[in-house]
Design a protein around this ligand. Structure first.
Ligand code: ADP
Length: 293
């Protein structure tokens, strides 16, 4: 990697001189390698992957811009994307984390609800992006059930079939596809601006004590999908959920739809990593089938 070329690209994109002193490796990501680029006065954060993943980084930068435009919740500001040698890269503002503000969880709850209040005419996004390393189609649709069936659940089931997933999982998945409308008989979500991949590894508190979210898979969808994902791995406090609910109360049917929305991520984990995620996806599907029949 020619870091000097990257430093030049940063200077050109930001309009500020940038002289690189050091590139420190950062761990913690799932998909990409990452570095802190330290300059005299400023640091940047860079993610790297194979050159053919440039589109993924362009979609991430676009998603960060989409979230920033809502002015509800802080996200790192993207600086530039490109290819250097055989590597695609995404450079963004470097965020110093580690603030000791006890109120950050509450702020996150309020700010996420405000983010979700940003709406659009249709479900989807103006471009496709990725969830983890898997493509995430976002072609807009008026109907949420149709959107989820085609671009989320059905899409992941199709990938599971291609990778030779268990026949029992695929069969139950097809049965669930037929029952999706039953989850929305007296609940019609409106299109909310979503982070799309909101697990605790994509949330931090800045040194100033403000919540910040990153690594999004942005689209307009049911806000319950973002909330559900926060509960999948955990790591978000009760104060966060209380603050969210006080700002914009959730519908009582959320508890059932939570499993339904998280099935998308577990299927995606199965498609990316295989292993026990297939069994987990099947158990979630069975639970939903038994509650919906
Ligand atoms: P991946 O796309 O590989 O999952 P992430 O975007 O999650 O990578 O970033 C990997 C790690 O780098 C995160 O866990 C976080 O700690 C850190 N990180 C992410 N974005 C920034 C940033 N803008 N500034 C500083 N650290 C960051």
């Amino acid at each position: 990697m020619n870091w000097n070329h990257i430093a030049d690209a940063i200077a050109a994109a930001s309009g500020k001189p940038f002289e690189l002193k050091r590139a420190d490796s950062i761990t913690g990501g799932c998909i990409n390698s990452a570095y802190r680029l330290l300059g005299e006065r400023q640091s940047y954060f860079i993610k790297l992957n194979n050159a053919d993943r440039l589109d993924m980084f362009e979609a991430e930068a676009d998603g960060l811009e989409g979230l920033a435009a809502a002015r509800a919740l802080r996200v790192p500001e993207p600086v530039c994307t490109g290819v250097e040698g055989n590597q695609a890269y995404l450079v963004m503002e470097y965020i110093e984390s580690g603030g000791g503000n006890g109120g950050a969880a509450e702020d996150l709850g309020q700010q996420l609800a405000r983010l979700h209040q940003h709406s659009s005419e249709q479900f989807g996004w103006h471009r496709d992006n990725t969830i983890g390393s898997t493509p995430q189609p976002n072609t807009p649709k008026n109907d949420w059930v149709e959107f989820w069936r085609e671009h989320r659940l059905g899409y992941q089931l199709g990938l599971a079939e291609q990778r030779g997933g268990p026949a029992s999982l695929l069969r139950k998945g097809e049965q669930l596809m037929q029952l999706v409308p039953n989850l929305f008989t007296d609940y019609q979500p409106r299109p909310s601006l979503l982070h799309g991949d909101l697990w605790s590894g994509n949330y931090a508190v800045t040194r100033e004590g403000d919540p910040i979210i990153f690594d999004p898979a942005v689209y307009f969808g049911d806000r319950e999908a973002d909330l559900a994902m926060t509960e999948l791995v955990g790591g978000f406090s009760r104060r966060f959920y209380q603050a969210y609910d006080e700002t914009w109360p959730l519908d009582k049917g959320y508890q059932l739809r939570k499993t339904f929305y998280n099935l998308y991520h577990i299927l995606n984990h199965f498609n990316m990593f295989g292993g026990g995620y297939g069994g987990q996806a099947e158990r979630m599907t069975e639970q939903l089938l038994s509650e919906l029949r």
